[in-house]
Design a protein around this ligand. Sequence first.
Ligand SMILES: N[C@@H](CCC(=O)N[C@@H](CS)C(=O)NCC(=O)O)C(=O)O
Length: 234
Amino acid sequence: MSGGGDELKLLGMWASPFVLRVKLALSFKGLSYEYVEEDLKNKSDLLLRSNPVQKKVPVLIHNGKPVCESQVIVQYLDEVYSAAGPTFLPVDPYERAMARFWAAFIDDKFLASWLKAGRGKTAEEKAEGVKETFAAVETLEGAFKEISKGKPFFGGDCVGYLDIALGALVAWMHTAEVRHGIRLFDASRSPLLEKWVEHFNKLDEFVAVMPNIDRLVEHAKVREAEVAAAAANN
Ligand SMILES: N[C@@H](CCC(=O)N[C@@H](CS)C(=O)NCC(=O)O)C(=O)O
């Protein structure tokens, strides 16, 4: 489905999990759009004009109007294209609130701890990050059990808001596994989430937008070297 005469443009960067979140939402809704790859070291005027506050991707431009922040964009697409594809957010207000709560947890706790594990300034900070990441995984496992009620996805039989929020990180989880042999969702710690990844990996809509893992591995090495060089200069 196209946007019904609507013009949808996504400003992104291929390796960004936040951009992938929006690509996933567009993919599950079956919407066609124009994709513009940004060079984050030399941002386009369009990006700077569209997101003057953060100057970050993703930005979705809908009929000339920019929407920023990946989770906000996914909610926007769900509201504007409510008739297309699955409905991401639950209908029940309490369940909607819970979905938003856990989506915030995914970014503020799980992802933040994982980044600390990779980019911590000292070995202690990194070890702390690893510990916090696995604690967040266990918490998420409990949330998945409660929310999915025995179904394959957070959204039940179909993907929902939380599947997209977390699914956008799956490619980076595979990358961490290749690089460091660390499996974030494994059978011993989080058997339900391990199964969830298995189901998510098989979805055509995910396969269609998932970045190449070898390319991500190379990108991660370069990024890590840049972050280390910047830290050494400070
Ligand atoms: N909270 C934002 C995070 C977006 C973000 O951090 N984007 C990065 C790419 S992964 C970016 O544009 N960085 C450019 C910069 O910081 O200058 C979201 O969910 O959209």
